[in-house]
Design a protein around this ligand. Structure first.
Ligand code: GLV
Ligand code: MN
Ligand code: MN
Length: 433
């Protein structure tokens, strides 16, 4: 749906948009150098690079006058107090995540944090007084790459952290509880990361689209209507390891060929689904992993999403049923463990409207679109009014080092976020008057 731009828009001059975007890009480039692996961006939850990124982004926050702290689940929080009656003021939450996938781009998550910092800096520069505090949140566990958790840090902010997550282990056998303790976090104090909803105006997340729609529509920005529900699993297949030269083909119980058949089934079920159903086997560990040994065990992941809950739940049942049948026929043992189950999440209508006003004020058509990717906003929406604004992604590419958005689009995104905060401030002031 397209709605016309506001009647008297005040567009940002292209040069100003580009300059603002280039400032964001310079910070994004610097943050992308903070990696656990040389030559590519890889910054997983509670890793050494995560710690260094907190130092770097924290210094940027303090540089614009925010007070910073790291909470019990390693979320970096930078706070600007309200200008009037700060002791009674509510807080507007703004942010996204600073963890990344492996061999990531520079924008996913980080843009939302840096845009928050630049927006607050713009507000300071313009000398506008705010009736609420602004807290910029840089979450550490959105991607769920190191541990089979995702959104655990934003879940802690909403008081929906599940303590059983503390027992999950990374590939090196380190538990989440141990990793948090190593990082200096107190696992007995996770409840202290909860933010009281009574004191919150809402949560705003600026993010790259990670898909092709805005490019197709030739628009730099889009307001998110809802976020696809997602379920994530790990599964194992156990067969019998054996000598690749001696075990005849018809006597093998090869876990990897069983996995291959299951992966094709996952693809077929994904293709047959409705409401944008997608299903992915994204990681496979083959054991023992020697060229001359029939694979005895595989450990793999399964990620299923859709724009509505029913098709996702039906697909999970079908995949489970078919995988059990395939494993049974091949003499393998199949075990499926569910780690994440987040329902489809509509974004708050009032905050969507605030983003839409800001986009319209820039003289841009306001277009709305759903998100296929998961975001911290879907956890935050459990407790706070939450909304997202997307910035156009080149070629729709993400989770890939080629991820890119133009400086002009990024600048427009930062300006739209700034105007949204100012719009909410003006309304809050009018409401209080
Ligand atoms: C986060 O990027 C996700 O949707 O997996
Ligand atoms: Mn993201
Ligand atoms: Mn991501």
């Amino acid at each position: 749906m397209t709605t016309p731009a506001a009647s008297s828009p005040t567009p940002l001059a292209p040069d100003a948009a580009r300059a603002l975007g280039e400032r964001a890009q310079a910070l994004l480039d610097e943050l992308a150098l903070v990696s656990d692996e040389p030559g590519r961006v890889a910054r997983t939850y509670l890793s050494p690079a995560h710690a260094r990124s907190i130092d770097l982004v924290g210094a940027w926050m303090r540089g614009i006058g925010l007070t910073t702290r790291v909470d019990a689940v390693a979320t970096l929080r930078g706070r600007r107090e309200a200008d009037a009656a700060p002791e009674r003021a509510k807080t507007l939450l703004v942010g996204s995540h600073i963890d990344t996938v492996l061999d990531a781009g520079k924008l996913d998550g980080c843009l939302g944090v840096i845009a928050g910092i630049l927006a607050v800096a713009e507000i300071e520069k313009r000398g506008v007084k705010l009736p609420f505090a602004v807290e910029i949140l840089a979450f550490g566990d959105e991607e769920g790459v190191r541990f089979p958790t995702a959104l655990s840090s934003s879940s802690a902010a909403t008081g929906t952290y599940r303590r059983e997550w503390l027992a999950v282990r990374d590939r090196d056998g380190r538990s989440l509880a141990e990793a948090l303790a190593d990082f200096g976090c107190d696992t007995d104090a996770i409840e202290s990361a909860r933010i009281d909803p009574a004191g919150v105006v809402g949560f705003l997340e600026l993010h790259i689209e990670q898909g092709p729609l805005l490019e197709h529509w030739d628009l730099p920005l889009g307001v998110v209507t809802s976020i696809a529900g997602q379920s994530r699993f790990s599964f194992t297949l156990d067969g019998v390891a054996g000598h690749a030269g001696t075990v005849p083909m018809d006597l093998r119980r090869d876990a990897l060929t069983g996995l291959a058949e299951i992966a094709l089934t996952v693809e077929r079920v994904g293709r047959q689904g409705t409401n944008g159903l997608v299903a992915t086997v994204g990681r496979v560990d083959v054991k023992p992993g020697a060229g001359n040994t029939v694979p005895g065990r595989v450990e793999a992941t399964l990620d299923i999403r859709a724009g509505a809950d029913a098709p996702r739940l039906v697909a999970i049942d079908r995949i489970r049923h078919e995988a059990e049948r395939i494993a049974g026929r091949r003499g393998l043992r199949f075990e499926l463990t569910r780690h994440i189950d987040v329902p489809t999440c509509p974004m708050n209508e009032d905050l969507q409207a605030a983003f839409a006003r800001a986009v319209g004020s820039l003289g841009l058509d306001v277009r709305r679109l759903p998100s296929g990717a998961g975001h911290d906003a879907m956890a935050m929406a459990r407790a706070f009014p939450s909304a997202m604004l997307f910035v156009r992604s080149r070629d729709g590419i993400s989770h890939n080092p080629r991820e890119w958005s133009s400086p002009e689009d990024i600048g427009l995104g930062v300006e739209a976020l700034t105007r949204t905060i100012l719009d909410l401030a003006a309304r809050a002031t009018r409401g209080a008057a």
